[in-house]
Design a protein around this ligand. Structure first.
Ligand code: ATP
Length: 871
């Protein structure tokens, strides 16, 4: 249907609707008929694809081939076992990926998306999913258009349609029908399309298509959670490739030595390829995704919704959190505390004369009132309208007598808003906004009043109140063009209001937590300098003379270089335009800082995109901001950012622990098999043993590390440098030496058992390697604290995984069936006891490593203390 060519009367007839909307009962019927307003995701991975993906790794394919060949020639049982282990491994991998995929989908569903509709003449806020054709939607700057619509009322409305048309300029919309002809989507300027963004103005429109019937549905292009590789993943896959080559070379050496010692070709092929499969960390980047996706799921429970997965990882590196004031650091519960009315304001309109300020407060806003009496709209505006209402100046009654004939919507750069009304004598213009923005718009003869007014205003602002000024002018007729120049000039000041928006209690605590964690909290606000300073002091953002405050007008004049010189000391930015946030982000980044930036409006989008972590508000944020952000705060609360940072640090820590654990285990296996011939020992493990260890010991407990609680000092240490190589320093050394110790302990066990004439030496060596890894994982639960300090019971899933692993290993040792397939033998109590004792060596060694580390740190600390005292 060519909706853009039809007059509005036809549209309302075809859809059986009017500007007052459809009935709720009809909406329910249509919802059943047309289905929910959502785009179905066609790009879902199929179960089969996910399963196959697990099996198509190059080394696994080679292993399968060799196992099958060796089955034909010799041991069929071996082949079956190898294939079974590979299959089980693939299934576990698949379950992981499947769950991660589900977790991501769940996150996507949670992205809040509401629409404001009129039904039966009343305004409601409903989930965008419930929209049906014929609904009347109210749209304003910052909204994502929730369905395909035809406008019937527009006020300077501009739409960014680049997601649909690829064209980057904003299209201005109106409601007139288009002349006959063919029009591309971008030229249909009385239509709005699902998924595009309103960047300016406001309007009302009929929904003409929903869900898959929209243009967006037709091209089935979804704005999805981006799954780009995270910095850690990139580094891991690059490192993994290099490491794979080293491991392959080692496996070839093992093969050659084995052959020289007279082992069968197939046995050696199986052993060395199994070792390669087990030791090459090709799954690490994927496992990082799994850990991050689950981390994201947990973050959502704490009200932080992740839109771009790398954010989970980078959260832990944040050094500056730049936060909006209103609603994030404060409650966004505005209430008018005091008003000041300019005495003796005369108007020609008698209707206006009673109390010009209260009437202006009632008329100049876009709030609505639900049938249950609840005000909806911007909190500043609802507070103002409610105040007038309580003084018996009722907005909706008044609007009948003084109808709105034109308007200039609020925008954060102008910091004011104007409505124009018809009176019985002519036209009245009402402008409200930040007082310092109003001064320039006042009539010349008014300007002498400003100094006196400023004294009064500063007094209020110092108390932390938000000040909104009001000015009016009366004219005979509407000018032809309506813009800030023609309308917002030669005004008369009629008074101001002082509103309180109390700081959030929890934000105070979060600010001090930030500081302890080496993160600097910054307040950015469009509000008055004095208001901002008061709130910043209450929250602890400003605590000394050294904490600087900068105003937007000064920031404007600073060159990039000048600004960079002071940017790290500034704690509060007042009266800034959203556009200036980008300058702040860039300057901090130029200083090597890692910046989290919050935002809610259309103009915040560039700063959110460019910040290391862009954070949009879930409740008061516009769709544009949410789309640009890496993370959405479902409760708009500053404290949630700090909680997210803490989670981010913990998730990253646990990923590192997981990497440390698997790589050390792999290193242990390689050392054991590589070194055996040098000590004249037979290869300690069979191919099935290696694969078993890889599946059971590596897999199960490793995953439980994700449940590790955060380390006690997690918010007392400085942020992690995102550029730091994780393998540099302690980690690489640990992997090498602990792996070497594991290999040596295994070989020692083997040598001792052979020397003592124990025929079960292979089972003992196999079990020692397996249990040593158990000991290792317990010891690395904390990076520096002893296991006994953090509490053996404090990670129950890990204990469960360990118990299961031990039970499975016992099953291999003590059941005849597994004895024959894994070529193991039941150990005597004596042998088992020795095995367990030897296995604990790794645990104690790592505990000693941590103890030495703690000792060194303490000495360093004491040394520094003494130095400080002396100086
Ligand atoms: P934040 O503190 O989070 O930056 P903010 O509310 O201070 O948010 P804006 O919404 O851009 O930032 O408001 C900037 C200034 O514009 C306010 O301090 C106020 O003086 C004025 N203002 C805010 N809302 C309105 C409105 N609806 N109409 C007119 N003026 C407004």
């Amino acid at each position: 249907m060519n909706w853009h060519l039809l007059p509005l009367s036809d549209i309302s007839r075809l859809l059986n609707t009017t500007p007052s909307g459809i009935a709720t009962s009809i909406a329910s019927e249509r919802l059943i008929e047309y289905g929910g307003n959502q785009i179905e995701d066609k790009k879902k991975k199929t179960v089969l694809r996910m399963l196959l993906h697990q099996l198509t790794d190059f080394m696994i394919l080679i292993l399968i081939a060799v196992a099958i060949i060796s089955g034909f020639i010799g041991d069929l049982v071996d082949t079956i076992i190898i294939l079974a282990i590979i299959l089980v491994n693939a299934i576990i991998g698949f379950i992981q990926e499947f769950r991660a995929e589900k977790a991501m989908e769940a996150l996507k569903d949670m992205t809040p998306s509401n629409a404001r509709v009129i039904r039966e003449g009343n305004t409601f806020e409903i989930p965008a999913f419930d929209l049906v054709p014929g609904d009347v939607v109210l749209l304003e700057a910052g909204n994502r258009i929730p369905a395909d619509v035809r406008f019937f009322e527009t006020h300077q409305i501009k739409v960014d349609e680049s997601t649909l048309t690829g064209e980057s300029h904003n299209t201005e919309k109106n409601s007139a029908k288009l002349p006959e002809g063919t029009y591309s989507l971008g030229d249909r300027n009385n239509m709005g399309f699902k998924g595009t963004f309103i960047t300016n103005g406001r309007g009302a429109a009929y929904v003409i298509a929903t869900g898959m019937n929209t243009e967006l549905g037709r091209i089935a292009k979804m704005i999805q959670i981006e799954e780009t590789a995270t910095p850690l993943q990139k580094r891991l896959s690059a490192f993994g490739k290099r490491l794979s080559i080293v491991i392959l070379i080692i496996c070839i050496v093992i093969f050659v030595i084995g052959r020289l010692r007279g082992e069968a070709v197939l046995t050696m092929l199986l052993t060395s390829i199994s070792l390669a499969v087990a030791a090459i960390p090709e799954a690490l980047p994927a496992l990082v995704t799994v850990a991050l996706a689950f981390g994201a799921k947990r973050l959502a429970k704490s009200n932080a919704l992740i839109r771009k997965l790398p954010a989970v990882e980078t959260l832990g590196s944040v050094t500056y959190i730049c936060s909006d004031k209103t609603g994030t650091l404060t409650l966004n519960k505005m209430s008018v505390q005091e008003i000041y009315e300019t005495p003796n304001v005369k108007t020609t309109s008698a209707l206006f004369q009673t109390s010009p300020l209260l009437i202006a407060m009632a008329l100049n806003n876009d709030v609505a009132k639900e049938t249950n009496g609840k005000w909806i709209g911007d909190s500043t505006e609802t507070a103002l309208a409610e105040y007038a209402f309580n003084k018996n100046i009722e907005k909706f009654e008044l609007e009948k007598k003084l109808p709105r004939v034109a308007e200039l919507p609020f925008d954060s750069s102008r910091k004011c808003m104007t409505t124009v009304h018809q009176t019985e004598t002519g036209i009245v213009v009402i402008t409200k906004g930040a007082v310092d923005m109003l001064w320039a718009k006042l009539d010349e003869n008014q300007k002498s009043l400003i100094p006196e007014l400023e004294v009064k205003i500063n007094e209020m602002a110092e108390k932390g109140y938000r000040i909104i000024g009001y000015a009016i002018k009366e004219i005979e007729a509407l000018p032809k063009t309506i813009n800030a120049e023609t309308i917002e000039s030669s005004l008369r000041f009629i008074g101001f209001t002082a509103m309180l928006d109390p700081p959030r209690e929890e934000a105070k605590k979060a600010v001090s937590e930030c500081k302890q964690a080496g993160i600097i909290p910054i307040m950015i606000t469009g509000d008055h300098r004095l208001t901002a300073i008061n709130i910043a002091k209450q929250l602890g953002i400003i605590t000394s003379e050294e904490d600087l405050v900068l105003e937007g007008s000064v920031l404007e004049t600073l060159s990039e270089k000048q600004f960079e010189n002071s940017v790290e000391k500034i704690r509060v930015y007042a009266r800034v335009n959203p556009e200036q946030k980008l300058k702040i982000v860039k300057a901090l980044q130029a200083k090597g800082q890692f910046v989290a930036m919050t935002g809610d409006g259309v103009n915040d989008a560039p700063a959110l995109k460019n910040a290391d972590i862009g954070i949009a508000m879930g409740i008061n944020g516009t769709e544009v901001a949410k789309e640009a952000a890496h993370m959405i705060l479902l409760d708009d609360n500053f404290a949630t950012i700090v909680i997210a940072v803490k989670h981010g640090r913990r998730i990253f820590d646990n990923i590192l622990k997981f990497i440390k654990y698997t790589m050390t285990s792999n290193s242990g296996e390689i050392w054991a098999i590589f070194l055996a011939p040098f000590f004249g020992l037979p290869i300690p493990l069979l191919a099935v043993h290696i694969l078993w260890i890889n599946l059971v010991t590596d897999g199960l407990p490793g995953l439980a590390l994700a449940s590790e609680p955060s380390e006690a000092d997690i918010m007392e240490r400085p942020p992690r440098n995102p550029k730091q190589n994780i393998f540099a320093g302690r980690m690489a050394l640990h992997i090498l030496w602990v792996g070497f110790l594991m290999g040596s302990v295994t070989l020692g066990m083997q040598a001792w058992a052979i020397g003592s004439g124990i025929s079960h030496w292979q089972t003992m060596a196999f079990t020692v390697l397996c249990f040593s890894q158990m000991g290792h994982i317990l010891a690395i639960r904390s990076d520096k604290e002893s296991l006994f300090k953090i509490g053996i019971l404090s990670n129950k899933p890990l204990l469960g995984a360990l118990a299961l692993t031990i039970a499975l290993q016992m099953m291999l040792i003590y059941t005849p069936f597994f004895n024959s397939v894994f070529k193991t033998q039941p150990l005597t109590i004596y042998e088992l006891t020795i095995t367990l004792l030897v296995s604990s060596i790794v645990f104690w060694a790592v505990e000693i490593e941590k103890w030495i580390y703690r000792l060194k740190k303490k000495n360093n600390f004491n040394g520094n203390e003494n130095k400080n005292k002396k100086s």
